[in-house]
Every structure is written in C-alpha cells, then in structure tokens.
Design a protein around this ligand. Structure first.
Ligand code: ZN
Length: 265
C-alpha cells in the first residue's frame, strides 16, 4: 500500500506551509521575503497602516507573479517597526531602534535554521532603512545569510524622486504615498482632510535638505502639527496604480537578480 503523495501548498506563504514542507520545498536557492510595515500617523488623511499595507501588497503581488519561477516565499509582514519620529502622535506604535535590531536578528536566526540562505526585506517605511542596512550586515555576520533591502519606491529623502510641487520633500503622506493608497484602499483615505504641508524653507538649501549630502535628525512634528510632509492634494488613484505596478515590476526584476546574486568568496 503506497502512501498518498504530499498535498502541494496552496500558496507561497511560509505561514501556510506544514512542517514537512520545509525540508521538501525549501532549499539553498529559496528566497524569503519579509515585508516591513509601520503603524504610525500619516497626517489627517491617511491611515496608520499605510506603510504596512503598501509593503505587504507589493511583496504579495511580486511573489504571486514570480514566486514559483524564482523559488520565493513570503513571510508574514512585521507591522510594528521603528517609527519614533512620530512618537509624539497618539496611536503610533513603535519599537525602539535597539528592539527592532533584536527582532530582525531573531527573524534572521530562524530563517538561517531552514535551508534558505537569502532574506529580502521589503520595507515600506523609510524610517527603517538605515537600521535595516545595519541589521543586514549583522545578519550576514551572525547567521551567514545573504541579506537584501528593497523598497516599494526609493524614499525621496534617500535619493528617490517626489512630485515636482514637493521639491523632493514628499517624504511622508505626500503625493505618491497618498496616490498609492487611493489605488489600494480608497475607503481608508480622507481627501477632504488632505492639505499641502511642504517645508518650503528648505527648498533653496543645496546641502542640508531631504536627500541632500548633509543629513539632519528630524521628527515629523518639526514640520507642523499635521504630521505629514508633502502635498497629498494632487494625489490620484491613477497615479497610484502606475506607481504600484512599477514597484511590483521593479521588485520582480530585483528578485531575479537576487536569485543569481553571489558574493565572490
Ligand atoms: Zn508612509
């Protein structure tokens, strides 16, 4: 009497696999994608879960599109991350930098216990980027993983672009992020509450500006009580749909390179 063949997994979500699937399906060439969100104020017009929703949707769409070809597996999103630039805002729930570094190290330790060797963070919250860069090196050193940091779009304060009217400063709840939310979850957006809040006083600075060669520490209420930084009033769902599709395409292409990536030694 032969036993029935194993039931194939219904999805490429790690949390939906069964224990024997790890040995059966996960190999050295498998890629794990960990979405990083945030639960933080996004001004009066966007919900607390903006970054979480964007990271999760882009990661999910990319894994659905190329996961089977490239052996990519989706981890459950991490909702709470390092949002202390919004610590003043009631309803923001944040981890300290030290805590998040520990959490990322713990996740990496568990990933390293599987045969997979590639861990990709799809990070929806720009405030995490510097710390994830540090974590990626720690994870390489401590657990021997190959680690990667991707974003749905390069944040404007890290070299990405934002709408012309925002002068490179649409970094939080501005045109692009609001457009994406109008596309993904319009029922969570209150466009009647959207106002332009761009720090125009920084426009003429050559060095000390968002994305400039001289960085500066900031909190979101340094730019007013509204909490967002950018111009959501020109956001459209059509622009959001284009940005999301571009983000998914770019992430699929990046995963193709990650699958082939090797460190020479
Ligand atoms: Zn955001």
């Amino acid at each position: 009497m032969s036993s029935a063949p194993p039931v194939p997994p219904a999805s490429r979500r790690l949390d939906e696999l069964r224990a024997p699937d790890i040995e059966r399906l996960i190999s050295e060439r498998s890629i794990f994608v960990q979405p990083l969100g945030a639960i933080e104020q996004h001004g009066p017009h966007l919900p607390f879960n903006t970054d979480l929703l964007i990271a999760e949707r882009v990661a999910t769409a990319a894994v659905e599109r190329i996961g089977a070809d490239l052996d990519v597996w989706l981890l459950p999103p991490l909702a709470y991350t390092k949002s202390n630039e919004h610590a003043w805002s009631s309803g923001t729930i944040w981890l300290s930098a030290d805590t998040l570094l520990r959490v990322l190290d713990d996740i990496g330790r568990c990933v390293a216990q599987t045969p997979a060797r590639r861990l990709v963070f799809m990070n929806g919250h720009g405030g995490n980027s510097a710390l994830v860069g540090v974590a990626n090196r720690e994870l390489r050193l401590h657990h021997g993983l190959m680690t990667f940091l991707a974003h749905p779009g390069v944040p404007p304060d890290q070299g990405g672009v934002s709408a012309a009217d925002e002068h490179g400063m649409g970094i939080h709840g501005g045109t692009d992020e609001t457009s994406i939310m109008l596309h993904l979850a319009p029922e969570l957006v209150d466009m009647d509450a959207a106002t332009r809040n761009v720090p125009d006083g920084l426009i003429d600075n050559r060095y000390v500006r968002f994305g400039g060669s001289v960085g500066f520490g900031w909190l979101s209420n340094d730019f007013g009580d509204a909490g967002h930084i950018g111009d959501p009033t020109t956001a459209t769902a059509e622009r959001g749909a284009e940005l999301v599709e571009a983000a998914v395409v770019a992430f699929c292409e990046a995963l193709g390179e990650i699958a082939e990536f090797n460190l020479p030694m």
